[in-house]
Design a protein around this ligand. Structure first.
Ligand code: ZN
Length: 423
């Protein structure tokens, strides 16, 4: 019998403290739906579902015809399943990690180095930068998903400097004046003024940060209890972040970075050096397989201020420019493709109406991982005449050049995300 090259996976759940708790978490709901034996604990966080072959969360293969236990082990012995181009380009490894995230408390403000810087940092400080790869990432919302991404337009930051004197006092008068002046001087001047502002903020003394933050929190709390909304200075968000990370410099970053709420299906792509943070909500995320993160606040972890200030992309842009739009397939009316300008990964969204009885999954010359977010199907693999039942939360590995048909077993709309590599 032919070696199966399409099989279901049991994926690793990471119970990081920042995750949504119990059945409020999309990660937990997907797990509970796909695995009837999974016990969801209503007092534990379910932060991430890892669909891939990462050594710290290698998926288990649910196919008793296969002797290898994990996807990583199986790929190591079946590298042709990656497809020739992926196998050659990425040294016989799956180049991406596909995830679902359910965020309750904010994740650190961070940026990821480009390849060149990643190599340098890894050589200099392997304890903080565990590998030499870049780490572009993309988040696609499953529920309204709030995050920070890229520097705000300078006019917005200047407005905050006026309305939030506590923020202005950390940035300082010189940097504030330089930023205002840069508005008439073009993009280069604005970027260097922003760098100056950000560096001043990040290099503020901890004692002063705590003092100013306490003043601001007190002021916003009083105003809100007097019935004022304080939306114009992101009052609620500041209180929320301060509650999660008291005294943290990152609380002030909301006045420098775009605040974005993605609607389901909307995406942001985080290319190298763009500062970002995930604040709240559920999303699917795809990233290059790497661990390199330079942090800038909202974290108890190591912050490498000088590297961070040097590396960031300081080009300001309005939040709408940070949305990453998918392209609609010419051939398949149900398929949208999120194809970022990096070789490591592409994500597809497939929405099939429940009135359709059978759907053919696009055959690709690279390996892919498919997640069924909504609906119930039987996956039919003609090459080996196999049938695999999949319910919500089901995850399927599809080897390169394999054909898969999905038969809708319940007349309910399908929502599917699929990570792949289009070289
Ligand atoms: Zn990131």
């Amino acid at each position: 019998m032919a070696n199966p090259r399409v099989f279901p996976l049991s994926c690793v759940v990471q119970q990081y403290a920042w995750g949504k708790v119990g059945s409020k978490s999309e990660v937990a709901c997907l797990l509970a739906s796909s695995d009837p034996l999974a016990q969801i604990s209503e007092d534990k966080p379910y932060a991430e579902l890892w669909m891939g072959a990462h050594p710290r969360g290698d998926a288990k293969i649910l196919d008793n015809r296969i002797s290898q236990k994990t996807l990583g082990q199986w790929i190591a012995e079946n590298q042709n399943s990656l497809g020739q181009k992926v196998k050659d380009t990425f040294n016989g490894k799956l180049p991406f990690l596909f995830k679902v995230l359910s965020v309750e408390t904010a994740l650190s403000i961070q940026a990821h180095p480009n390849k060149e810087l990643a190599e340098k940092l890894h050589l200099q400080a392997p304890e903080h930068y565990p590998d030499a790869n870049h780490k572009p990432e993309m988040a696609i919302a499953l529920t309204p998903f709030q995050g920070l991404c890229g520097f705000r337009p300078v006019e917005e930051i200047v407005t905050f400097l006026k309305k939030v004197p506590e923020f202005q006092s950390l940035i300082g008068e010189d940097a504030t004046a330089q930023l205002k002046k840069s508005m008439n001087e073009g993009s280069g001047a604005m970027a260097s003024a922003l760098k100056n502002c950000f560096s001043h903020l990040m290099k503020s003394e901890k004692k002063v940060v705590v003092e100013q933050l306490n003043l601001l929190v007190k002021r916003i709390s009083q105003q809100i209890s007097n019935g004022n909304s304080m939306d114009d200075i992101c009052g609620e968000l500041l209180l929320q972040l301060h509650q999660q990370y008291p005294g943290d410099i990152g609380c002030f970053a909301i006045y420098l970075l775009n605040l974005i709420t993605l609607k389901p299906g909307e995406a942001m792509f985080l290319e190298a050096n763009v500062p970002h943070a995930y604040l709240k909500g559920d999303c699917v995320e795809c990233m290059a397989c790497s661990d390199n993160t330079v942090r800038a606040g909202l974290t108890p972890k190591f912050i490498d201020v000088s590297t961070l200030c040097e590396m960031l992309d300081y080009s300001p842009s309005p939040s709408k420019d940070r949305l990453f739009a998918p392209t609609l397939s010419q051939d398949d009316p149900y398929l949208s493709i999120y194809d970022p300008p990096v070789p490591d990964f592409t994500v597809m969204k497939i929405e099939v109406p429940g009135s359709v009885t059978e759907y053919k999954v696009l055959t690709l010359d690279s390996a892919s991982i498919l997640l069924l977010v909504q609906g119930t199907v039987t996956a039919i693999i003609p090459s080996v005449q196999a049938e695999i039942p999949l319910s919500r939360g089901g995850v399927l590995f599809i080897g390169a050049n394999e054909t898969v048909l999905l038969k809708l077993t319940v007349p309910k709309d399908l929502l599917i995300f699929r990570a792949c590599c289009l070289l």
